[in-house]
Design a binder for this molecule. Sequence first.
Ligand code: HEM
Ligand SMILES: Cc1cc2nc3c(=O)[nH]c(=O)nc-3n(C[C@H](O)[C@H](O)[C@H](O)COP(=O)(O)O)c2cc1C
Length: 473
Amino acid sequence: MSTILTGAAVAEHNSKESCWVIVHGKAYDVTDFLEEHPGGSRIILRYAGKDATKAFEPVHPPDTLNTYLDPAKHLGNVNMQTVQQEESEDPEQSLIKERIQNMPPLQACYNLMDFETVAREVMRKTSWAYYSSGADDEITMRENHSAFHKIWFRPRILVDVEQIDISTTMLGSKVSIPFYVTATALGKLGHPEGEVVLTKAAHQHNVIQMIPTLASCSFDEIVDARQGDQVQWLQLYVNKDRNITQRIVAHAEKRGCKALFITASGGTAVDRSQGAARAISSFIDPSLSWKDIPWFKSITTMPILLKGIQSVDDIFRAIDAGVDGVVISNHGGRQLDTTPSAIEILAEAAPALRARGLEGRIEIYIDGGIRRATDILKALCLGAKGVGIGRPFLYAMSAYGVNGVNHAMQLLKDEMEMGMRLIGASHIKDLNASLLDTRSLQGGHSGAVPVDNLSLGVYDSLQGPRFSEKSKL
Ligand code: HEM
Ligand SMILES: Cc1cc2nc3c(=O)[nH]c(=O)nc-3n(C[C@H](O)[C@H](O)[C@H](O)COP(=O)(O)O)c2cc1C
């Protein structure tokens, strides 16, 4: 029979000699774990004898304690009515509350960049840093967006565009517009309900959601939030322990996920959030290689796609390995800085695939920097089946919740319809490379890019180290 602990009993263990903490109404003895904690012992000791849920939840995937903390240290349930609530004054939270009261109405957001402007003001600094930052000098992160400006349209006139149909299929599923909500970890940093907010909006607009392995909500919560015949895919970080990986994949298949996207990545680079990103890296197996693909094929009947392809050669290799598709992606500029944008690699890949008779052999997706429907159009003209969008939906969710994400998706749909009409294409199948001028890409990185004031205005530029207030005197 399990014991119910009181707040007072837990509070007695408030030192490094004996450290208990409460998370989600359960007590844990973390005394021996203190030195092992990847975030350091100090951060846990701050909550010794207390309820640590608020600090713990947004930065640890839901099953962290079960996976990493010895079951003998799980002490049992706590009667939360007996736990003293901290009357902590949080100056940041008060400031955020004030800003929320003065927030622009949702209808004042006219494009995806506008959500970023609002989110920056109403999010906690550390959460904003985790979502918005990229690796090193953020050159790739910014290039992801600006690369689209090197490509110009060659619109056709006098095409009948009275009826526009922007629907398409992705891996056999019908969708209303060729984008999906890509996997982004730690949704609760932006919104207390986390990823299920994205699930609801994706349903509203009939677009696919890719569920991240390291979501803040549990996998089952996100699947349970699905409505009707809504389609979800699973993004997989491959765990060092392949039994854990196999369990995750089998469970996703059983719960109706329609595809498996394996993130091919050596980890998450350190970023301005200094913490959350490293928390993620500790769950990823850097020894994953092409040799593992047959094993994945043996454990699932879901289509397998590789997410994170960054060269044309690796697209060929993926085809040889027999996967069903790839996502060309540099992970939103969060990993190796100065890798090229996905759209640029796609432009290079399309003719190379055609030359080898491999065009259409697998489905190709891209993500990174897609902020306008014109970006989606360019990707489709170059042969992508669809695109993934990450940060803009996180910002819309953080600022305005589900209504914000709905509005962001609607804006993209409106832009897409207008873009198709103006380019002279009534159906997705009409989009092709002849509608684009990609000559600026041939100059590699030397081609001039038009200045994008909206994007630059919202860009949170990197800062050098600052002197303390005192040293100014
Ligand atoms: C109940 C016990 C725990 C508490 C109270 C706790 C609390 C925290 C807090 C407050 C942070 C700082 C987040 C930030 O930088 O903003 C953190 C970071 C982190 N935690 Fe925990 N944690 C606990 C258990 C665990 C466990 C079991 C793991 C599993 C390995 C873990 C892995 C991490 C990692 C990887 C980081 C990021 C470290 C860094 O790079 O700075 N934590 N933790
Ligand atoms: C906050 C954040 C968290 C992310 N977490 C993951 C993840 O857990 N797994 C993954 O495969 N990709 C992850 N990504 C990368 C995205 O899936 C995607 O490649 C990228 O966000 C696309 O760029 P965009 O944000 O400019 O649209 C993350 C991106 C962001 C911004």
